[in-house]
Design a protein around this ligand. Structure first.
Ligand SMILES: NC(=O)c1ccc[n+]([C@@H]2O[C@H](COP(=O)([O-])OP(=O)(O)OC[C@H]3O[C@@H](n4cnc5c(N)ncnc54)[C@H](OP(=O)(O)O)[C@@H]3O)[C@@H](O)[C@H]2O)c1
Length: 198
């Protein structure tokens, strides 16, 4: 049994991941988000809802007490968010961080250059890599909402493969990483649907 804190719990991948956590694990979830109305009904026996902004350092640190895994599914001011999260995890002695980023931050997608639009994703990933956390940074391809789990991963330093992946696939990987706290630690993984040529 583990205690998992989900930051940005109303986000689209996060909502799929919450369903998978509830179906497949006995993890106790803390759902941290700016507006609790973005969530449907939550079973209080399995999940606690905390309304808060990741940029609110005090509230964030409070929410980390007693957790084992932090899964951050965020957008926006990612650099500031990452800084707050690393600091709060250090302060509370937490090690495992699963961080959703994006493909393209290392110019690893053959034939593509995404430029400054990915700067927040790049800078936040650098900050996390400079920490001593057991982080896993996930770099998903273009996301879709297909009801399928079908993915492969590529390590940092290898060219990205494919161009799309379902949110459900990313959520599947998040749950697996959360229940195996050392698996793929300190790695950055591209996540894509395998390209099948007929
Ligand atoms: N679209 C793509 O194809 C693609 C591909 C690769 C990666 N990505 C990236 O992957 C990430 C996750 O994807 P997704 O589809 O799950 O994104 P999403 O639905 O936009 O979820 C992001 C969540 O972050 C929350 N958030 C933002 N700032 C916050 C703060 N200061 N404190 C607390 N929560 C905050 C938002 O909450 P509010 O509801 O309060 O705004 C939102 O629920 C995003 O960064 C996305 O850009 C996207």
């Amino acid at each position: 049994m583990s205690n998992v804190l989900i930051l940005g719990a109303g986000g689209q991948i996060a909502r799929v991941a919450i369903d998978l956590f509830l179906q497949r694990t006995d993890a106790r979830l803390t759902l941290y988000l700016r507006n609790a109305r973005r969530l449907g009904k939550v079973d209080p026996a399995r999940a606690r809802v905390v309304e808060g902004d990741v940029l609110d350092a005090e509230r964030l640190t409070e929410a980390m007490v007693g957790q084992e895994v932090v899964y951050a599914n965020l957008a926006g001011s990612l650099e500031k968010q990452a800084r707050n999260i690393v600091k709060a995890m250090d302060a509370t002695g937490l090690k495992r961080l699963i961080w959703i980023s994006s493909m393209g931050i290392h110019d690893e997608v053959p034939g593509e250059k995404y430029g400054s639009i990915l700067d927040p994703y790049r800078k936040s990933a650098e900050l996390i890599e400079a920490s001593d956390l057991d982080y896993v940074i996930l770099r998903p391809a273009w996301l879709n909402d297909k009801d399928e789990i079908d993915y492969e991963t590529t390590p940092k330093g290898e060219p990205f493969r494919g161009s799309v992946v379902s949110r459900k696939s990313v959520a599947d990987l998040v749950v697996k990483l959360a229940v195996s706290p050392k698996w793929e630690a300190r790695r950055s993984l591209g996540v894509n649907q395998p390209v099948r040529r007929s």
